[in-house]
Design a binder for this molecule. Structure first.
Ligand code: CMP
Length: 142
């Protein structure tokens, strides 16, 4: 089924100048970019986006890192987009990410792991709404 998922290119990957290379991976996997925005998250925004991790030991570092520079946020659409994006990203910990995945190629640590992707349809809906209004999403017409 056609799905939408929220993708973030994190500050480490933006700093490495690999936005284009990461976009290529999405496109080659058949994921259409149907919304995109660059922004520098505030502590408040990053804290709210990652609220589910509030009790985790890595929460403060995660918020620090996600606010350390600009991020590129996009909505990806395609067949099984949520799972497909997770495949293209590779495992959360780059040390465990399959060869040829974004995290294997562009990330070094679990804290600075280049990309985020929604993990399920419910979270995808919530995460897309966190960053984009409906009129900022541009589904393909051709
Ligand atoms: P992300 O998909 O953005 O969701 C939460 C982030 O927390 C995760 O990617 C990692 O970058 C980061 N993180 C740091 N330590 C851990 C950990 N032990 N388990 C899961 N995520 C972690």
């Amino acid at each position: 089924a056609v799905e939408r998922t929220l993708s973030i290119i994190k500050p480490d990957a933006v700093a490495k100048n690999v936005i284009g290379e990461i976009y290529s991976r999405f496109e080659k996997a058949g994921l259409n970019i149907i919304a995109a925005r660059m922004l520098h998250l505030s502590k408040e925004q990053a804290g709210e986006f990652y609220a589910v991790h509030r009790e985790r030991p890595f929460y403060n570092e995660l918020v620090e890192f996600m606010t350390s520079g600009p991020v590129m946020v996009q909505v990806l659409e395609g067949d099984e987009a949520i799972a497909k994006n997770r495949e293209v990203m590779g495992a959360t910990n780059p040390a465990e990410a399959a060869p040829g995945t974004i995290r294997a190629d562009f990330a070094k640590t679990v804290d600075e792991n280049a990309v985020h992707g929604s993990d399920a349809p419910e979270t995808a809906r919530a995460e897309i709404a966190f960053f984009f209004n409906d009129d900022e999403i541009c589904p393909r017409t051709r």
